[in-house]
Design a binder for this molecule. Structure first.
Ligand SMILES: [Cu+2]
Length: 209
């Protein structure tokens, strides 16, 4: 687990009543699911907390990206590190941010500002099996599930929210559902219909999750 993923828990300090939203994600076979992106958008408008930008790093090592999924607030920036002894060529065609950076040698790119919300799919022009994702959140209530399938969103002010759920292997579009946060907060377990893990050649170091 990378440092950036561990930082995905958001805290909010306000004067309004607030509670924690504790989420768990399992797949259709009951296995807990890591790397679920979840965001809560206040559907009543108003009451928006501050979304503090951060700088994150995505590493390219042994022909794979680490982390596989990164979640950041809007206007954050990302740098790509090449830790291999050969070239990588990271790119995105996504609406949220399109870019490309060829890195012939070890080193790190300049920060790339992520100034539009949404999902950014990363690929490598040299190694087709390299895939990773950055989710840019326009709400301060976002997170990424840990290995045990859990993610806690702290101090969510009382109100009605649209909960959006996404995972790299989700069948179909992101799941959206309304939730009400009141009092002590709430605990929810969601079951996601996931596609099987991607098959990657044994000769290649990569993710199976
Ligand atoms: Cu590459």
């Amino acid at each position: 687990m990378s440092a950036s993923a561990l930082c995905a828990v958001v805290s909010w300090s306000g004067t309004a009543a607030a509670g924690d939203v504790a989420l768990s994600f399992a797949d259709q076979d009951g296995a807990m699911v890591q790397d679920v992106v979840v965001t809560l958008t206040n559907s009543g408008g108003g009451g928006a907390a501050e979304n503090k930008p951060v700088e994150v790093e995505v590493n390219q090592y042994r022909q794979s990206y680490d982390p596989l999924v990164t979640t950041v607030p809007l206007n954050s920036s990302v740098r790509f590190r090449n830790s291999d002894t050969f070239a990588h060529h990271v790119y995105s065609f996504s609406k949220a941010k399109a870019f490309e950076h060829r890195q012939p040698t070890r080193g790190i790119t300049d920060p790339i500002k992520l100034d539009k919300p949404g999902l950014i799919a990363l690929g490598c022009n040299i190694h087709d099996h390299m895939l990773a994702y950055i989710y840019v959140s326009d709400t301060p209530f976002y997170g990424l599930s840990e290995k045990d399938g859990t993610v806690d969103l702290k101090d969510v002010p009382d109100g009605r929210y649209v909960m959006k759920i996404w995972h790299p292997r989700l069948k179909g579009k992101a799941v959206e559902k309304p939730i009400d946060v009141a009092g002590e907060g709430l605990t929810l377990t969601e079951t996601l219909a996931l596609k099987p893990p991607r098959k990657v050649k044994k000769s290649v170091y990569s993710y199976s999750r």
